[in-house]
Design a protein around this ligand. Structure first.
Ligand code: SF4
Length: 712
């Protein structure tokens, strides 16, 4: 039978940052090979578990819409013309690899010669491997000659990283997800792990209720108190000890009133503050202005509840905070994370098992892509572009001069494209025509580019603006290392042959680099990884051979004989003086508040079955069958006021755009607030969202804008 597997390959899940190891069972021969089922591998992050995406989401790799040959735009077809991804030849013609790569590189070189290096920019991908991220940023910095390189971390946890680097000297998590087994109190704020990190959610549930993962490390005792803090009552709410469903832009006020309670009630850890931190006094003075009794009207949370939660967190004994984009995607996202860091520092809830700070990373390699340098102001390992000594080290390693000034971020690059300053781009595996805020503006910027090279596995909404489209590899078709949310560097292994003439991303990046005058000759990902560890002190003790032998290594790994550190900051913080730093914050309103014309609030997020812009999951049959059509969640009272039954159609309108879709009654959203996911191209949420940026992390405020809802 064509369903009878003949071999199995151990690799990784292509979706979220939990980083589940997966055993893929493959049937068929030659080009007809396909995955017939997936089972959970015994990885450190998943211990045999998988969610619906990992178990059923692999079929996109053989979807009939896969790009299998290089494409060049037909000159008569305007950029941005909507094309059926199954019939790309209506807008493009097929080309040989040599012709397409020559055209891709020549266009970039032409712009560099005519307008200078800073007229170019690149978006790399958190869906690619560490090696691909490393090569991509190296190409932009040494081949394009600019630091205009970024990726989806800018839309995800850029504000978290900014605050964490500032406060505790490291942008990564302090403790792995599975430390929830050791926690007495678990705060999950601005995150919906049941949809977006489901295996992590399952470990959280076990920490609360006990469970069936006997034989794994950790307590598995049940009994932890779960506090869910979110404008929506998400599925974990049913396991929570307390649910704080606060107003969507009142998060800083809520966190400050927790801090105020801890200070007022003498629950701080004075020894930890004295020995391990600095700046407490200024933070304390700021926090004392926000007792919960004063903020209750703003946050919507009763003072007694805030005090109760603050006491529980401070007393622990072990308390852990996990958060997601509900915290980070605000114009005050960095302040939110500063407040979370302050809570951990003032109570000494960091540096031990079952404590600490865990920003749940989104894409399966967003941690690794950030570590490897897909960031405009940082070279690999968060070494600052602006530091002449850092630049000198990289110039010596790469044998190439580097620009002196940091580059532009994702949204800034699109703004610069609209303004005609960025004229050429290379986009690998990202889909800004769906993922950027204010899509009409983003699409205008893409359409204005003189030369756009898109490398992807499907003709995405972004590829519809491309001059050259390069057919790339899915995770199933290449080897490489990927770093999960726990800082675990894991090896993906090739499961299937590449379809048609598609090529591994690292190979394509190298071919463009060669055509731009760089003499690269990497034989494969292993050679790239071994250069990467020279560039990244945090990976200095790793090697490709060691990774192949062990399958997974926890970063940081400073030397081959140094121990791996799943729990960081046990003795000190990696800051200049070893101390954690409090940064005083104050509540700020969202950039766009409801008014007479737009009286409601739109919040965006994701759903269990679909991943980000949907380019993969909507081409995975089971997942798309489970959730095929766009919908939004509206409070029943709002639906009644609109005269719409659940399942009826509504129009969502903001100052930037209008979409129509199905409305579902949902008591889990606050009255006056509408939630929707951003994965549906036929009703793209980001046509509505607005691009105001957090000033530190430069992340857009996807999580809040003023909205008008009408029945249609
Ligand atoms: Fe994949 Fe994340 Fe689900 Fe694990 S939890 S199977 S990594 S999507």
């Amino acid at each position: 039978s064509s369903y009878r597997p003949t071999r199995q390959v151990d690799s990784l899940c292509p979706y979220c940052g939990v980083g589940c190891q997966v055993r893929y069972h493959v049937a068929g021969e030659g080009a007809a090979q396909r995955i017939v089922f997936a089972e959970g591998g015994d990885g450190p992050a998943n211990a045999g578990r998988l969610c619906v995406k990992g178990r059923y989401g692999f079929t996109y790799s053989r979807n009939r819409e896969r790009l299998t040959t290089p494409l060049i735009r037909r000159p008569e077809v305007p950029k941005g013309t909507v094309v059926d991804p199954a019939a790309p030849l209506t807008a493009f013609r097929e080309a040989s690899w040599d012709e397409a790569l020559d055209a891709a590189a020549a266009g970039l070189l032409r712009i560099r010669h005519a307008h200078g290096p800073h007229a170019l920019a690149g978006f790399g991908s958190a869906k690619g491997s560490n090696e691909e991220a490393y090569l991509f940023q190296k190409l932009v910095r040494t081949g394009f000659g600019t630091h205009n390189v970024d990726h989806c971390t800018r839309l995800c946890h850029a504000s978290s990283v900014a605050a964490l680097l500032e406060g505790i000297g490291s942008g990564a998590v302090s403790n792995p997800v599975r430390d929830v087994d050791f926690a007495d109190v678990i705060i999950v704020i601005g995150a919906n792990p049941a949809a977006n990190h489901p295996v992590a959610a399952s470990f959280i549930k076990n920490a609360v209720k006990g469970g069936n993962h006997e034989g794994q490390s950790g307590g598995n005792r049940g009994g932890a108190k779960l506090v869910l803090m979110d404008p929506r009552a998400t599925p974990l709410a049913r396991h929570a000890w307390r649910v704080l469903q606060f107003r969507a832009d009142a998060d800083v006020a809520l966190l400050l009133s927790m801090a105020c309670t801890i200070i007022e009630e003498g629950l701080t850890d004075a020894d930890f503050i004295a020995a391990r931190t600095e700046g407490f006094e200024a933070f304390r003075d700021a926090a004392l202005n926000y007792p919960p009794e004063r903020t209750a009207a703003l946050t919507g949370i009763a003072a007694a509840t805030v005090r109760e939660v603050a006491r529980a967190y401070a007393r622990g004994p072990n308390s852990m905070i996990l958060w997601g984009m509900g915290v980070s995607q605000h114009t005050h996202g960095t302040d939110n994370v500063r407040a979370l860091i302050a809570l951990a520092l003032m109570t000494g809830q960091i540096g031990r098992r079952g404590t600490g700070l865990h920003p749940l990373r989104g894409q399966n390699n967003v941690q690794g892509a950030s570590d490897a340098g897909l960031i405009p102001m940082m070279l690999p390992d968060y070494q600052k572009v602006a530091d002449p000594a850092v630049r000198a080290r990289f110039e010596a390693l790469w044998q190439a001069p580097l620009a002196q000034t940091p580059g532009l971020t994702v949204v800034e690059i699109i703004d610069a494209a609209c303004a005609g300053q960025i004229r050429g781009m290379y986009i690998e595996g990202e889909n800004p025509a769906m993922s950027d805020p204010d899509l009409a503006h983003a699409r205008e910027g893409l359409a204005k580019l003189e030369h756009l090279v898109v490398q992807d596995i499907f003709l995405t909404e972004t590829a519809m603006f491309a001059d050259v489209v390069l057919p790339a590899s899915s995770l199933f078709e290449k080897g490489g290392s990927f770093t999960n949310t726990d800082r675990l560097v894991q090896l993906a292994r090739p499961v299937l042959p590449l379809p048609g003439e598609a090529r591994p991303d690292w190979w394509i990046i190298q071919e463009i680099a060669r055509r731009m005058g760089l003499g690269w000759d990497y034989p494969g990902p292993g050679a790239v990884f071994d250069e990467l560890v020279q560039a990244m002190p945090s990976h200095g003790g790793m090697s490709w051979a060691k990774l192949e032998a062990e399958g997974a290594i926890v970063a940081p790994k400073l030397a081959a004989d140094a121990p791996s550190e799943p729990v960081l900051f046990q003795a000190c913080f990696p800051t200049a003086n070893g101390r954690g730093r409090f940064v005083a914050v104050a509540p700020l309103p969202a950039a766009e508040l409801p008014d007479e014309d737009y009286p409601m609030v739109l919040i965006t997020g994701r759903v269990l079955e679909h991943w980000h812009t949907g380019s993969m999951t909507r081409r995975a049959e089971v997942l798309d069958a489970l959730d095929p059509d766009p919908w939004c969640a509206v409070h029943p009272a709002d639906l009644a006021r609109l005269g719409v039954a659940t399942g009826g159609r509504v129009a969502l309108q903001t100052r930037r755009g209008r979409i129509e879709l199905e409305a579902r009654a949902d008591e889990g959203v606050r009255a006056g607030t509408v939630f929707m996911a951003f994965c549906y191209r036929e009703a793209a949420a980001n046509l509505l969202t607005q691009p105001a940026l957090d000033p530190f992390g430069k992340i857009p405020e996807f999580k809040y804008c003023a909205l008008r809802v009408e029945a249609v």
